[in-house]
Design a protein. Structure first.
Length: 215
C-alpha cells in the first residue's frame, strides 16, 4: 500500500490523533505559560533568584522525556496525567527565561513615570511592564510549543493521546507492510501541526504587539 493510499484509508483516525495531539499541547501550554510568567515576575527582580529559576527549569530538560514519563506512571498512572505533567514541566524553560529577559528589558524610566502618576506596583506590572515584555514572552511560548509538539509524541509510551501512537505502532511492527507509512504519517502530522501553531502565534503577535515595539 502506498503512503497516499494509507492516508486515505486511515484519515479519520489520523485526524482524531492530530486533534488529540494539538489539544494536549495547547492545554499544557496554558498552565506552562501562566506558571512560567509568574516565575519570571518573581525571579526578574533578583539576579540570584533569576539564575536559580533558569537553572531549575533547565535541569528539567536534561531528563529524557521517556524517563520522566516512566517515573510519573507509578505515581499518577497511565494515560493523560503523566503526559500533562511532563509537558507542563518541559514547557517552562523558554517561557521563564524569556519572561525574565523581557521584564528586565523594560525601560526603568517608563516604570518611574508610571510610579510618578500614582500607579501601584500591580498596575505598573499589568499595564506597563508585562505589555512591554510581551514580545519576548510570546517568543518563549512559540519555542516551548515547538518543543512540546515533539515531546508529546513520546506520551504514547504511557498510553497518552496523539500522533505518537501512530509512530509507536509503526516502530513496533517494523518489517510489516504499513510500518513505514505509520511512522511517516505520525511524523509528518506533527510537523504540520507545529507549523500551523507557529503561524497562529505569528498572527497573535501581529494582533497584540504594537508596531512600534515589534522586533
Amino acid at each position: 500500500m502506498s503512503f497516499w493510499e494509507y492516508l486515505g484509508d486511515r484519515h479519520q483516525q489520523l485526524l482524531t490523533d492530530a486533534f488529540q495531539h494539538a489539544g494536549a499541547v495547547l492545554q499544557c501550554m496554558v498552565p506552562a505559560t501562566v506558571l512560567g510568567v509568574l516565575i519570571g515576575i518573581v525571579a526578574c527582580r533578583s539576579e540570584w533568584v533569576g539564575g536559580l529559576a533558569t537553572t531549575a527549569t533547565s535541569a528539567i530538560l536534561t531528563v529524557p522525556s521517556l524517563a520522566l514519563i516512566g517515573l510519573l506512571i507509578p505515581v499518577v498512572g497511565l494515560g493523560v496525567p503523566p503526559t500533562v505533567i511532563a509537558l507542563i514541566l518541559y514547557g517552562l524553560l523558554p517561557v521563564v527565561r524569556n519572561a525574565i529577559v523581557g521584564l528586565r528589558g523594560v525601560d526603568p524610566a517608563l516604570v518611574d513615570a508610571a510610579r510618578g502618576i500614582g500607579m501601584s506596583g500591580t498596575m505598573r506590572l499589568v499595564r506597563v511592564e508585562l505589555p512591554l515584555a510581551w514580545p519576548p514572552i510570546l517568543t518563549g511560548i512559540r519555542v516551548s510549543t515547538q518543543m512540546l509538539m515533539g515531546i508529546a509524541a513520546v506520551a504514547a509510551y504511557a498510553s497518552g493521546p496523539g500522533l505518537g501512537n501512530e509512530i509507536f505502532r509503526g516502530l513496533a511492527s517494523l518489517g510489516s507492510a504499513n510500518a513505514l507509512n505509520q511512522v511517516l504519517a505520525g511524523t509528518l502530522g506533527i510537523i504540520v501541526l507545529a507549523l500551523a501553531f507557529d503561524a497562529a502565534y505569528v498572527l497573535v503577535g501581529r494582533l497584540t504587539i504594537p508596531r512600534g515595539i515589534r522586533v
